[in-house]
Design a protein around this ligand. Structure first.
Ligand code: AHR
Length: 754
């Protein structure tokens, strides 16, 4: 709720006192999550082209996943080949692509087949056809081109054999038109949408994919280079398969074509702590070999073409060095002694042997809490140049943390905000990110790099939402968050200028002193008994309910101090249960999650602006099914202080961060190269705001070019609903009006009146 204000907000930019910042601050983070590599950015149209899928990728998967068969067909051998015995009757295999194969009329496709004749004098025919079998293109055994006679969103590719037996080891179909025309290249429209962000760096290949689920799943860059047929695929911890067709060479090429710095992330000698059994670390011998691989990576990227690894790069078609300058070591790792020692050893080697490489460390998964604190202590002690910190938080958190980096030590490690996102694709979320980005830029002497996450998501194949750009086989759907990234990146600079804002609208969250208790479970049998609620007006009890998945306490409690009690038990089920309290109809309510993240954790969270966020650090938690919990929740000071107990023991005692939510902010950037001075205004209130811009030394711009993105706070949900696009206008003079719920970039007249 913003307090109505009819006065003009005065923004005064001080050009005399600039902070130097990294003009290459805004980049992207590409991870193969949400089917964003195979079936996404990587343009290959055949799924499981080498029959390499295995059970570890996903339950029930194997060599024929993605294929249907007719006649005598069987997989055999290692690596797997598929034998089609067409001696007695035709045998065929049909690939269904990644949710179908989308083709356009007249746009050629490159077909590659790997096969061996085992018996007879077989005829092998390849057809591209629609779901009803209508043929769109036909070819023979020879590699070549297929040109569809018609467009089709859901085509399939069939290999049929008659009069003999053939073992097929490879079937690939690529659009001839790839992004910037590379062979083994990228999907054109997805390459374009990323390029339009003008990223100055690309972080890859993960994320969790980099450190893997188990030491044998750590991403190995060497498996991803060289001829594609020789690459070693692996399971993707997001629940599918990585062909590695999009490998290190393609990532580096992509960076080069984008004009972006490559920022590969390598595991820090430990795997993901979410691996069953927890974090595991390489032993000394394994670590020594792994460090050897890191040395080789630097040589592969940077050494001359006549060196051992430079020659490998040159053989792939790139004799010139790639110019690698950044290397991420570790991703969101638990800051254990094992991590510290492995990371420390890798850092020491790189520091001694490769001073030209800037190492980026990690401070755990969250922007606060124990890993974050330990991570920062390690980073300071080891003098890590840059650390990667992540925040996936609700808009409330961002609006309350716009001063976060103001408080960072200017002489310690710099920050790379490698992953952030505000848990939704609504305009309010986009604005929270816009404001946080402005705050990073204002603190560009501390925040060196930043990238939103995740970048891409295939509709219907997401493991993580929200994402920046959604797509299917034919469409690309950028979110409102995407336009914010683009607006910031297109108005980057090399100096942050101090700004004074007078008369900014004030905003206050509507709070409620009411609390309603409920419990829900997605599955299993929930029993809720002896429910009582106590407030200033007395104690009420209600009978419990067994065998329901959702229990709702019908009595509302009101007051500054409310206590809910209940006995809860869950039999069976898969995702634990959630206790909800507070006022679900207000702007702020609470959820206590028992068994979140695959039943591993206990965590207290809040729901603000319709979005859930963790309030406490997750506490490892398992419970025997059928156990009865006596729960007590004390809601004090209308939710500013909450105490939760299990069986009489306090597990959470938390006070809300009292920082105000800054829903209006303005920052300024100067860019020497273009001579631009830009003011960035975020108005996340429900009122339009009139602005006047001027310089600290006096004078005002004679005109301003205003690029503005505005939409209702809830717009963008669901993301398919066509969101608003940024608009441009030129306003004469130094005054303008920014809309309610808007992000505006004001390009100031370079020759102001003084
Ligand atoms: O961006 C999705 C995931 O979020 C990343 O893989 C991981 O680093 C983080 O937990």
């Amino acid at each position: 709720m913003s307090t109505p204000h009819d006065s003009v907000v005065r923004i005064t930019v001080d050009e005399s006192d600039a902070v130097a910042i990294n003009p290459g601050m805004w980049g992207v983070f590409f991870e193969d999550i949400n089917t964003s590599a195979d079936g996404g950015l990587y343009a290959e149209l055949v799924r499981n082209r080498d029959f390499g899928f295995i059970e570890r990728d996903a339950p029930g998967w194997g060599p024929l996943t993605g294929w249907t068969t007719k006649g005598a067909v069987r997989p055999s051998g290692t690596p797997v080949r598929v034998e089609l015995d067409g001696r007695d009757a035709p045998a065929s295999i049909t690939n269904h692509g990644f949710d179908g194969i989308a083709v356009r009329r007249g746009e050629p496709l490159i077909l590659e087949l790997g096969f061996e004749v085992l018996d007879g004098d077989p005829t092998l025919v390849v057809t591209l056809h629609d779901a009803n079998g209508a043929v769109l293109a036909e070819g023979s055994a020879a590699d070549g081109r297929l040109t569809p006679s018609d467009g089709c969103a859901d085509a399939r590719l069939t290999i049929a054999v008659t009069d003999g037996t053939v073992a097929v080891s490879w079937v690939s179909l690529f659009p001839e038109r790839t992004w910037r025309g590379d062979s083994n290249g990228l999907r054109s429209d997805l390459g374009d949408v990323i390029a339009a962000l003008r990223p100055r760096f690309v972080r890859f290949p993960g994320g969790c994919v980099a450190h893997g689920l188990g030491l044998d799943n750590v991403y190995r860059w060497k498996n991803t280079i060289g001829p594609v047929r020789d690459r070693v695929g692996d399971s993707n911890l997001w629940g599918y398969h990585q062909s590695m067709g999009l490998g290190y060479f393609e990532y580096f090429r992509f960076c080069e074509q984008l004009g972006a710095e490559p920022l590969p992330v390598l595991a820090a000698g430990v795997c993901c702590q979410n691996t069953p059994g927890g974090q595991a670390a390489f032993d000394d011998e394994q670590l020594a070999a792994y460090i050897g691989d890191i040395r080789d990576l630097i040589a592969w990227a940077n050494a001359p073409a006549d060196s051992r690894w430079g020659a490998v790069r040159a053989a792939a078609g790139h004799p010139e060095p790639f110019g690698l300058r950044y290397l991420g070591i570790g991703n969101e790792d638990e800051q254990s002694p094992a991590f510290r020692s492995r990371f420390g050893e890798i850092l020491a080697v790189l520091r001694a042997e490769h001073p030209e490489i800037t190492v980026i460390g990690t401070v755990g998964p969250f922007p606060s809490g124990s890993d974050y604190e330990t991570g920062w202590a390690i980073a300071r002690e080891l003098e890590v140049p840059i650390v990667d910190e992540h925040s996936y938080k609700a808009p409330k958190w961002y609006f309350q943390n716009l001063d976060r980096f103001d408080r960072y030590d200017r002489s310690g490690p710099k920050v790379y905000v490698g992953e952030y996102g505000s848990r939704g694709n609504t305009m309010l979320c986009a604005l929270a990110e816009a404001a946080y980005m402005s705050a990073m830029e204002r603190n560009g002497d501390v925040v060196h790099l930043a990238s939103y996450a995740p970048l891409l998501a295939k509709v219907g194949n997401t493991q993580w939402e929200p994402d920046l750009v959604y797509f299917d086989n034919e469409r690309v759907l950028p979110s409102l968050n995407y336009w914010v990234q683009q607006m910031h990146a297109h108005a980057a600079g090399d100096r942050a200028l101090p700004v004074d804002v007078a008369g900014a609208p004030q905003w206050q969250r509507r709070r409620s002193a009411r609390s309603r208790f409920s419990v829900r479970a997605a599955s299993g049998t929930l029993t809720v008994e002896d429910v009582s609620t106590e407030d200033a007006s007395g104690r009420r009890t209600t009978p419990g309910a067994a065998g329901v998945q959702r229990y709702q306490e019908p009595v509302d409690a009101r007051g500054a101090d409310i206590t809910h009690r209940a006995r809860v038990r869950l039999d069976g089920g898969q995702d634990g249960f959630v206790v909800a309290f507070g006022d679900p109809e207000s702007d702020l309510s609470y959820e206590w999650h028992f068994g979140t993240w695959q039943e591993k954790f206990l965590v207290l969270g809040y729901v603000a602006d319709g979005l859930y966020d963790e309030w406490t650090e997750p506490i490892p938690f398992t419970w025997p099914r059928g156990h009865e919990f006596d729960l007590e929740i004390i809601v004090r000071d209308a939710g500013r202080h909450i105490i939760c107990s299990i069986d009489g023991e306090i597990v959470h005692d938390v006070q809300e961060d009292p920082s105000p939510e800054e829903r209006f902010s303005a920052t300024a950037i100067r860019d020497a190269a273009s001579g631009r001075t830009v003011v960035k205004v975020v108005n996340a209130t429900d009122e339009p705001v009139d602005l006047v811009v001027g310089w600290a030394g006096g004078g005002e711009p004679l005109w301003m070019r205003v690029t503005e993105l505005s939409a209702p706070a809830e717009a963008g949900r669901p993301f398919e609903a066509a969101p608003s696009l940024p608009t441009e206008r030129v306003d004469a003079g130094s005054r303008t009006r920014v809309a309610a719920y808007s992000f505006a970039v004001l390009d100031l007249d370079p020759e102001p009146s003084r």
